[in-house]
Design a protein around this ligand. Sequence first.
Ligand SMILES: [Zn+2]
Length: 212
Amino acid sequence: MPEDAERKGLGTPATRAGILEKLVSTGFLERKKNKKTVQLLPSHDAVSLITVLPEQLQSPLLTAEWEYRLGEIERGELAPEDFMAGISAMLQELVRTYRMIKGTEYLFTPPREVVGKCPRCGGDVAELQKGFFCQNEGCKFAIWKNNKWWELKRKQPTKAVVTALLKDGRAHVTGLYSEKTGKTYDATVVLEDDGKYANFKLAFDRQKGGKR
Ligand SMILES: [Zn+2]
């Protein structure tokens, strides 16, 4: 990358974490743990996307150029309409020049299966490799498969369990491991979302005739 790209503006360190998280949750970036270090690696889909995406759109220079123009608008040196006209012209040119290559859809992971509605924003929650994530931009609702609470019970939340949790707020789960007794048991798991984290707690089905 030319040296002035970063100076022209490629976002700020403050937005970097959010962008990386977004890339992870959308499946373009994968975290690989290697002893004590965590690497961020492009996923199979990311490599596929770079293969089929017009070169112009792949370049960080484009983002840098846009950031620079936005700066000019901020300082009153460029009219917003002129900026938008430029974008529009570029898109028209891209659509004219490029066309979809047949068969490229096989390069990508099939569309995600929606398992339910997000309790936070009502968006679609879909299953990904590492867990179940709200597909709405900006919403961070997630049920991770390697969640600590579940790990202690030597279980992972399955698709069926998450589907029930999202629908009814609770799900019947069998074979939960008890550290105290070393045995397994069945219980109702209740989902309690505090707006930041999806929390879980156990509810044991009461005896018949018991008070609710
Ligand atoms: Zn959501």
